[in-house]
Write a protein that binds this ligand. Structure first.
Ligand SMILES: C[S@@+](CC[C@H](N)C(=O)[O-])C[C@H]1O[C@@H](n2cnc3c(N)ncnc32)[C@H](O)[C@@H]1O
Length: 275
């Protein structure tokens, strides 16, 4: 099934009787990946329906909270390394709700002129992202669905903010896990890469399939969340169009973010567009 368009905020508000309060109730009828992830990270932008589902997830697979934290740590690590290596434009796809440290906070510490585009297909994420992440010059938050990659890259606001004639760092952290095989994650990466100029990089994280996470995926699918852990070989195939830029794909946490817990069923990858 083709994913539908991402509702703009005005359509979201129009489509719900009762104004913003009605709109909120429309979106609070089901748990959201972004708000559950916020809960796992210790955030406050989540509701009872999200916490209930997140607690069920923790019952099935207690590792998920740790996965979320290490995933976020890798985002911070990769964004900082790419800024240090000279990348100045960042497109954070499936950016999630604002966290303690966001891509802009990290890369602008290296170079204040960095431009950052935050993209998500969850309208509530966009409300928060526009208010908190994209308030400064050189930043923007846009609706986009990674399952429609050409449309995502063609967003007029994104193209005004980001100069696609210069290298871009495109971040896909914890997002392809919510794209089913039928929606073709490999094709999505190829299409996104094809729209980026030479010198561009992509960062990908993906959860690995374990019996525990497979059981969690089944529960999640029952709640309408297409969580799809994959095995190492499948993740490597998704990343195959990219040239590895460092010791990747790597089991996370990396040595410099590791603690005593050891590797988790989570792979992190940084790659560049082949020249
Ligand atoms: C697990 S969170 C990861 C957030 C952030 N990227 C990070 O790694 O810290 C997944 C995010 O991807 C978003 N997402 C899920 N499916 C998406 C899609 N098809 N297109 C765009 N965003 C999507 C969710 O709304 C959520 O904000």
């Amino acid at each position: 099934m083709m994913p539908g368009p991402v509702p703009s905020l005005s359509r979201w508000e129009e489509s719900s009787a009762g104004g913003p309060a009605g709109a909120a109730s429309t979106f609070l009828r089901a748990p959201s990946v972004a708000r559950m992830y916020d809960y796992f990270l210790g955030g406050k932008d989540n509701y009872a329906i999200d916490r209930e589902m997140a607690d069920r997830a923790l019952d099935r697979a207690p590792v998920v909270a740790r996965l979320a934290q290490v995933n976020r740590g890798f985002l911070e690590h990769a964004a900082a390394r790419l800024a240090e290596s000279g990348l100045r434009q960042f497109v954070d796809v499936g950016c999630g709700l604002p966290a303690r440290r966001n891509v802009g906070d990290i890369v602008r510490r290296v170079e204040p002129s960095c431009r950052i585009a935050y993209i998500d297909n969850d309208p509530l994420v966009l409300v928060h992202a526009r208010a908190l992440l994209a308030a400064e010059r050189g930043t923007g938050a846009f609706g986009g669905d990674v399952r429609v990659p050409a449309a995502l890259l063609g967003h007029p606001g994104l193209r005004r903010l980001i100069d696609f004639g210069r290298p871009v760092a495109l971040l896909l952290l914890g997002v392809l896990d919510f794209v089913t095989d039928a929606e073709d994650p490999r094709g999505i990466v190829r299409t996104l890469l094809g729209g980026l100029p030479a010198g561009s990089h992509m960062v990908i994280t993906h959860t690995e399939r374990t019996p525990q996470l497979e059981s969690l995926a089944e529960t999640a699918r029952g709640a309408g969340l297409a969580f799809t852990p994959r095995d190492r070989a499948e993740i490597a195939e998704i990343c195959a169009p990219l040239e590895p830029a460092g010791p990747y794909p790597a089991a996370l946490p990396l040595a410099d973010t590791a603690d005593l817990d050891g590797p988790l069923p989570l792979a992190g990858f940084v790659g560049r567009k082949p020249g």
